[in-house]
Design a protein around this ligand. Structure first.
Ligand SMILES: Nc1ncnc2c1ncn2[C@@H]1O[C@H](COP(=O)(O)OP(=O)(O)OP(=O)(O)O)[C@@H](O)[C@H]1O
Ligand SMILES: [Mg+2]
Length: 348
């Protein structure tokens, strides 16, 4: 059995179905991510696990115990809220000590624990500062220290990095990950940022409209998306309506692509931009077609191209190490190859 188990959990707010029929099993020590667009029910599910709200249907188990109707303080769960929810009238130290007061720790213990976690998040010496005198990143670290200080068995992090600049976000990302592994805390991390989800997680649950649409490792989610929503939400992809028979996908306009043995089933063909090859010369490879280059843009590591292929418009991404990159210009004739290994069929 998983350490955190949700069985058929559902929550409505009046007529809004925030979550419906959620079944999930999260292992002890796992870094598990809820990924999905705004409004898909991620925060609601986190609040249900923390005990801040109760579900209308289903049950929540932590460590084998049914906690569905237990109050938050009996769940050994620490939560960092989307807006941090720090106490603005308390200092950094007082904020971090807050949960320790509820746990009735002695003054000596409180000081020792608070010093330890302030140091861990790089805020030693900030104890007397007011919350409003901190930057967003510093506030985020206070929120993290406050949730860790009570030594939760479960850590719930609701988009804790969304307000940080790119550099600080990268730094905090790796700090959170190494902290989580070092302390072995079962962690649920909420984000709508696919890169964050792919880089941090042991496993990801992808949400859409209050339901879980796929659970898997980052590799499984990215390489074998369960449906069109996952393929488009996690990474970019080209989608074509196809008719499939005996290992061949026929596109509108007469193009035919040979499919690999295991590429799923469905009436939509998905191919990631980086799984398409571009060439300035005719190439004698299967699944190659002549097209015209419409746009070409250097994005640093990647070169993004748009190619007209019959009536279709294709997105192609090449690593910026390709010699070809310097030669091709919009308007040029190009040859586009779809290696079989990059082709997936999905349901629309
Ligand atoms: N207290 C509430 N009362 C009424 N509706 C609510 C309440 N809390 C959430 N909702 C609705 O439930 C749905 C799910 O909200 P939730 O906050 O869980 O989304 P989310 O996935 O966390 O989104 P975001 O990425 O924007 O934070 C939304 O339609 C939201 O408006
Ligand atoms: Mg939210």
């Amino acid at each position: 059995m998983g350490f955190i188990v949700l069985e058929g959990v559902g929550k409505n707010f009046d007529s809004v179905k925030a979550c419906s029929q959620i079944d999930l099993s999260i292992r002890k020590g796992e870094f598990f991510t809820f990924l999905g667009p705004s409004g898909c029910g991620k925060t609601t599910l986190l609040r249900l696990i923390a005990g801040l709200i109760t579900p209308q249907s289903g049950a929540v188990f932590i460590g084998g115990n049914d906690v569905t109707h237990l109050p938050p303080e009996k769940r050994k769960v620490g939560m960092v809220f989307q807006n941090y929810s720090l106490f603005p009238y308390l200092t950094v130290r007082q904020n971090i000590e807050y949960g320790l007061n509820i746990q009735k720790k002695s003054a000596t213990e409180k000081k020792k624990i608070t010093d330890y976690y302030m140091n861990m998040v790089g805020l030693s010496g900030f104890g007397k500062r007011g919350i409003n005198d901190l930057s967003g990143g510093e506030q985020q670290r206070v929120a993290l220290a406050r949730s860790l200080a009570v030594e939760p068995e479960v850590l719930l992090l609701d988009e804790p990095l969304s307000n940080l600049d790119a550099r600080l976000r990268d730094k905090m990302r790796s700090e959170i990950k190494s902290l989580q592994k070092r302390l072995g805390i079962t962690t649920i991390f909420v984000t709508h940022d696919q890169t964050e989800a792919l880089t941090l997680s042991d496993r990801i649950a992808v949400f859409n409209k209050g339901s879980v649409v796929q659970v898997g490792t980052p590799q499984e989610i990215y390489n074998n998306p369960a449906n069109v929503f996952v393929a488009s939400f996690v990474g970019d992809t080209n989608l074509f309506e196809v008719a499939v028979s005996t290992g061949v996908a026929s596109l509108e306009g007469g193009m035919e692509l040979k499919l690999p043995a295991s590429c799923g089933t469905g009436n939509l063909l998905s191919v990631r931009p980086q799984n398409i090859k571009l060439s300035a010369h005719a190439v004698n490879e299967p699944n190659t077609f002549e097209g015209r280059l419409i746009e070409r843009q250097l994005n640093g590591v990647w070169i993004d191209s748009v190619v007209q292929l019959g009536e279709k418009v294709l997105q192609v991404a090449e690593l910026n190490s390709v010699d070809l990159s310097t030669q091709l210009q919009p308007g040029d004739t190009v040859w586009v190859t779809f290696p079989e290994s990059g082709l997936r069929l999905l349901d629309g």
